[in-house]
Design a protein around this ligand. Structure first.
Ligand code: FES
Length: 227
């Protein structure tokens, strides 16, 4: 762990001295900002805390999640809790999982230049350029797979010279994949039918009446991979 040191950072252009052990989010709060927008899970998962920053003497523009990125000396920070992006309106059950659907709802998908700025700007290190290439081929399953961890922060949108709406195109593909293309789990349908028929009512009632400590013990000693 880094030795505690007080370092200068700049928040919206104003200089503050903060401990170097803090995340950007911690430093914002240390500096007195009360976070209402731009904060959510605090665990690098929800995408609410996107931050753009530069370091002194370095021309590169960096992007990170405020809750998961440590401060560095001379950081110039700007929070971007939301970035506007084109968002198509549709009813999923009226769509077909085809390339034509993607192009009809998001015609700009064909304008992707393949420059890779989106991939460079993704705080989750997703291969955004690759999933956009898959979208241009109509490979909906591949888009769904490559974009699975997208947190919809919009940083790729903010940097895209072709004015794409990558996260919205990707979530359309994940929805199409989930509804129409993913293999159906037959055993799941069977289990739901069994539950609806009341097969587990008695066991569920018994579990509901079990004290918490006993439930914990049962959980911790359960047979995880029964033969
Ligand atoms: S607060 Fe959710 S990703 Fe940072």
């Amino acid at each position: 762990m880094a030795e505690l040191e007080m370092i200068p950072i700049y928040i919206m252009g104003k200089r503050y001295i903060v401990p170097n052990t803090l995340t950007i989010m911690g430093a914002l709060e240390y500096a007195g900002y009360k976070l209402i927008r731009g904060v959510g899970c605090r665990a690098a998962f929800c995408g609410a805390c996107s931050t753009v920053y530069r370091l002194e003497g370095d021309p590169k523009l960096y992007i990170g999640l405020a809750c998961g990125t440590l401060v560095q000396p001379g950081m110039y920070l700007t929070q971007i809790p939301f970035y506007p992006a084109e968002r198509a309106q549709y009813r999923l059950h009226e769509l077909e999982p085809t390339f034509a659907t993607l192009v009809r709802l998001y015609p700009q998908v064909l304008k992707c230049l393949g420059c890779g700025t989106c991939t460079k700007s993704c705080p989750q290190d997703l291969k955004v350029k690759d999933y956009m290439a898959a979208a241009m081929r109509g490979d909906i399953a591949r888009v769904a797979d490559l974009s699975f961890d997208c947190i919809m922060c919009g940083m790729c949108v903010s940097r895209c010279p072709a004015e794409e709406a990558q996260p919205n195109i990707a979530i359309l593909c994940r929805r199409l994949y989930g509804k129409y293309l993913a293999p159906r789990a037959q055993h799941l349908a069977q289990r739901v039918a069994e539950i609806e028929a009341g097969r587990y009512d008695e066991e569920l009632a018994k579990i509901k009446a079990t004290p918490e400590a006993e439930l914990r013990h049962m959980y911790n000693t359960r047979d995880i991979e029964p033969e």
